[in-house]
Design a protein around this ligand. Structure first.
Ligand code: FMN
Length: 349
């Protein structure tokens, strides 16, 4: 993936896509990226301008930064936005309206950062409360005008802590085997589905890798992946967002399919791929080593998209660095793309 220029037609990225009552003009999704620019959890005008800028420069769907539910353990960072409460929801309604004004679509990523101790410590009553708070936020997102929601079930945050055998050793119905460990997510998805109705898209993000262990696996085989995903499908997921650090890596031996490819094949649901698209280095080096990444070509990505391996493509750091990434790619202006430098995070515009 060292080429810097793409030689293939990028047309596959610019075909429309529809799921439920959400119609997108193209396949480019802005990945959820925490910014910590919302004092007291309230997104202000600059947040609206930041997302509007990506929408007016051709991003088909924006997934917002993680937005936290109303629970004491949901966030440990004061400037991460809430997805509850009058002030935050008013702020979000303004963000949504700015994005809609320029023809964009936007969904919030709904997040709980994780158990204060272990998920084993939560009692059934507290789990029921958590489930309800996810559903309240889903309903609030719809009310604020968002076009769907994404549930953050990845990266060792709360929902993923329930999924992972290392962090969930419960012996009740929220634990046990891999399917038992999906129980919490299933209840969250079902409650959100009940809160938003049948046609409002629910995207579910999950990952094998964990912040504390890149080689961690929720599942080792396609069969295990199928039995992990089926309860989530049955609960009401419309789209899976399969978080990997490098989209071109095969998920299992014996096939080139990546996690999004396998997930689509096994569930029949549309999927979003993500991980170092358009860049020559993966994103955790930013957090662990303060590293940036250079621009790389997207021929390999386009080939997979053309083959139908996945439906949508999430772009993270490349869209922080360059709000016009989508338009430049569409217009064949790849030589104008801006590399990702960590400095950009200080003054995201
Ligand atoms: C600054 C930053 C903040 C992020 N915050 C979140 C987040 O809130 N929720 C999430 O699911 N992923 C988060 N991620 C991961 C991205 O969504 C994405 O999966 C990752 O950056 C890989 O895509 P990329 O290689 O195109 O950057 C974040 C990544 C970055 C760089």
């Amino acid at each position: 993936m060292t080429d810097t220029q793409s030689t293939k037609s990028v047309q596959a990225l610019f075909r429309p896509f529809t799921v439920g009552n959400l119609s997108l003009s193209n396949r480019i999704v802005m990945a959820p990226m925490t910014r910590q620019f919302s004092p007291d959890g309230v997104p202000g005008d600059h947040v609206a301008a930041y997302y509007r800028r990506r929408a007016e420069n051709g991003v088909g769907l924006i997934v917002t930064e993680g937005t936290v539910i109303n629970h004491p353990d949901a966030s440990n960072q004061p400037n991460v936005p809430y997805i509850y409460g009058e002030a935050a929801l008013k702020g979000w309604a303004h963000v949504v309206s700015e994005v809609h004004q320029v023809g964009g679509k936007i969904i919030p990523q709904i997040w709980h950062m994780g158990a204060r101790g272990q998920v084993n410590d939560y009692t059934e009553a507290e789990i029921a409360e958590l489930v309800q708070q996810f559903a309240h936020s889903a309903a609030a997102a719809k009310e604020a005008g968002f076009d769907g929601i994404e549930l953050h079930g990845a990266h060792e945050y709360l929902i993923d802590q329930f999924f992972w055998a290392k962090t969930n050793t419960r012996t009740d119905r929220y634990g046990g085997d891999a399917v038992g460990r999906t129980r919490f997510a299933v209840e969250v998805i079902e409650a959100c589905r009940a809160a938003v109705g049948p046609d409002f898209p629910i995207v579910f993000r999950f990952s094998q890798w964990k912040g504390s262990d890149y080689s961690a696996k929720l599942v080792e085989t396609p069969e295990e992946l199928a039995s992990f995903l089926q309860p989530l499908v049955d609960a009401g997921v419309d789209v899976f967002h399969c978080s990997t650090r490098r989209f071109w890596q095969p998920e299992f031996e014996g096939s080139d399919l990546n996690l999004a490819g396998w997930t689509k094949k096994l569930t029949g649901k549309p999927t979003i791929t993500v991980g170092s698209v358009g860049l020559d280095g993966e994103f955790m080096t930013l957090f662990k080593e303060g590293k940036g990444a250079g621009v790389s070509g997207i021929d390999g990505l386009i080939e997979r998209l053309e083959q139908g391996e996945f439906d949508l493509v999430a772009i993270g750091r490349a869209l922080l660095a360059d709000p016009a990434w989508a338009d430049k790619v569409q217009q064949g202006r790849q030589d104008e793309l801006i590399a990702f430098s960590p400095e950009i995070l200080k003054e995201l515009y």
